[in-house]
Design a binder for this molecule. Structure first.
Ligand code: G3P
Length: 220
């Protein structure tokens, strides 16, 4: 399973990249706004900056909601860097845009997916990635992981090559469960990735190894 980081923070992207386990980045307009990135020029430069840190796919979301707007915006984003993946919302025009981008060899990520039917449409249109939002489903008492499992089954039934990119991940167990049910990618906040490192027995074990080594050295 690939690990993407779900942030527009260059500091966090650098930190995750330095861990050696980062395969890509996803952003969205809320995450860009959180970093204070606004205005066309600043937004485009920010995506280029992200691409210079990580050698993997970087999702850049369109703001337009109509087909022509999405197509123009997506072309402009895709021209920034070969790793840019145009993120398009799951709407009728969004699916049409994905179909057009797919015909031109432009990578896409279909976002705001909350049902298996939506994921099926995204794959039929040729999306590179589909992003089911598991945390937001859990928030409304619906099993997000079950949706990942359902999409995995459907895609495997028909050999659909769209990659299942689990989004809206909130904690490390989401990552583990995504891996168990066969998500292709998990896009995670840095905190969830870092939490995977921790186990008290690792900490205690390392302390004991080092203490024993110090004792042996002192006795030498
Ligand atoms: O990138 C989209 C998604 O990951 C949003 O997550 O936590 O706002 O539901 P969240």
């Amino acid at each position: 399973m690939k690990f993407f980081i779900d942030t527009a923070s260059l500091t966090q992207i650098r930190e995750a990249h330095a861990l050696g386990v980062l395969d890509g980045v996803t952003t969205n307009p809320s995450l860009m706004a959180k970093e204070g990135i606004s205005g066309d020029e600043q937004v485009l430069k920010h995506y280029v900056d992200i691409c210079s840190i990580v050698d993997g796919d970087v999702s850049a979301e369109v703001i337009s909601t109509d087909l022509n707007g999405m197509l123009a915006e997506g072309e402009r984003l895709a021209a920034l860097h070969p790793n840019i993946t145009v993120k398009v919302p799951m709407t009728r025009d969004g699916v049409k845009a994905i179909k057009t981008f797919s015909g031109k060899g432009i990578k896409t990520n279909c976002t705001l997916v909350f049902s298996a039917g939506q994921a099926l449409l995204a794959a039929k249109a040729g999306a590179t990635y589909v992003s089911p939002f598991i945390g937001r489903l859990d928030d409304v008492s619906t099993d997000g992981i079950q949706l990942i499992e359902q999409i995995r089954t459907i895609y495997d039934n028909y050999g659909m090559t769209t990659q299942v990119l689990a989004a809206s991940i909130r904690h490390p167990m989401h990552i583990i469960h995504c891996a168990e049910v066969g998500a292709d990618v998990a896009t995670c906040p840095l905190s969830a990735i870092l939490a995977l490192f921790d186990h008290p027995l690792t900490t205690i074990g390392l302390e004991k190894f080092l203490a024993d080594h110090r004792k042996a050295q002192a006795a030498h």
